[in-house]
Design a protein around this ligand. Sequence first.
Ligand code: G6P
Ligand code: ZN
Length: 542
Amino acid sequence: MIKTVATTPFQDQKPGTSGLRKKVPVFQQANYVENFVQSIFDSLEGFQGKTLVIGGDGRFYNREAIQVAMKIAAGNGFGRVLVGQGGILSTPAASNVIRKRGAFGGIILSASHNPGGPDGDFGIKYNASNGGPAPEKITDAIFARTRAISAYKISDAPDIDLDCLGATTLDGMSVEVIDPVEDYLALMRELFDFGAIRSMVAGGFTMTFDAMSAVTGPYATKILEGELGFKPGSVINGIPKPDFGGHHPDPNLVHAKEIYDLAMSDHAPDICAASDGDGDRNLIIGRGIFVTPSDSLAALAANAHLAPGYAKGLAGIARSMPTSAAADQVAKKKGIGIYETPTGWKFFGNLLDAGLATICGEESAGTGSNHVREKDGLWAVLLWLNILAVRRESVKAIMEDHWRTYGRNYYARHDYEEVASEGANALVQALRDALPTMQGQRFGALDVASADDFAYHDPVDGSDSAHQGIRILFTDGARIVYRLSGTGTAGATLRVYIERAEPETGRLDLETGDALKDVIDLSRSIAKIEHYTGRREPSVIT
Ligand code: G6P
Ligand code: ZN
């Protein structure tokens, strides 16, 4: 039976950069998930009888939230739900299922790279029929609805068995439990030359892939070990765990230190890689060389034509504003479009749908293409493998050659995590206030060429997004960007992005810290970081 249940609004259900993210106990409050899911459906039109995709990264509370979401979908008249077996769908795989099966949309349960478990984070995100995160117009409507909601409609049928593949019904709505890997594997086979990678592996090429006890385990094991022939054990931490084994499933140099150390050791495999909680981020480390996400985007864009899925070349490249300008150099040399968007994968959706960009990337370890509408961790790894299989050079050799061709953008991100929101907001406000007089000022040895609060005009739908980060550009090509994280769940996180461009004829072999030293010092003094946050040093450097 479908019941209508009276409820009262929560005031804090505002979706952030990537859906609603809160601590698990917040989601465990009575009606919290119900209200949010009903508010999603109340903000959409025309889904009666249509298909909804549901899946998550397997974190704590995934199964419970999925049962609720399915029952509310039945209560609101969806015709069919496709749900990943065990409640599992990586974020890119969910995007693919939505597109491939012509679904109306999808609900992804994930807090991405944030820790999981009873005291960890949880999240709910809505993706539209193009497979991408809902645009701001919809998330704003959802938020408005959460503040006014008075009832939700829910089936009172018993829970669905999520572990058993196949179809059943839930109060008249059909439910199909699908293999989470199958459709995704088929797509990867279309894009990449598995045969070429297989023969490289047969020739002795080795890899360690850290799935971080998160959602990519089953995908990586099946594809890397099963299809491509990497030896068993090449995928480590391959079983998804509700608390990610107590680890922080963020593939950066701090949380994936184990494979970083391995890659720098004398028994390093040819490539090390990792992905995050929900499988959309990636980390690439060649033997003896960490490839920054910004450099990885540039190198993938420069070499993508070597993979069958991109053999015709790229229409354009898109990057988020804080991402380094390395990809711009590639676009310039290749004579293709380059787009600079605000942080958040959703801003790439229109560019991809309109065919303006083929490959996109962000400094936050996200790379992807028009094959889905999310960033895709394993896709990035497979594209690297395809390139390596064709070029038959090491990751290091490919990057050094890249810098000699396009120049090098030395780059680092400094995070000041969990600082008091008041101080962080005051810091940003002070920078904003200083913007009008910044141009032409000299700081240390650097002259400001321009400074602004980044605003984006979407060339496809004409929408505008203001206040997307303070950027200060110096006349020598250095740049500092400040913005507050949109994904944290405690206090504020100040992100400072530091970059210096070196032409192809310049010094290409410096240590990043040395190359950026002056700009790093300036990044602290210009924004008076210690004054506003009480912090002398960042908590994480990536
Ligand atoms: C999520 C989004 C990314 C975005 C990142 C920014 O991971 O999917 O597209 O780059 O958040 O996070 P931040 O904490 O910097 O707002
Ligand atoms: Zn993620």
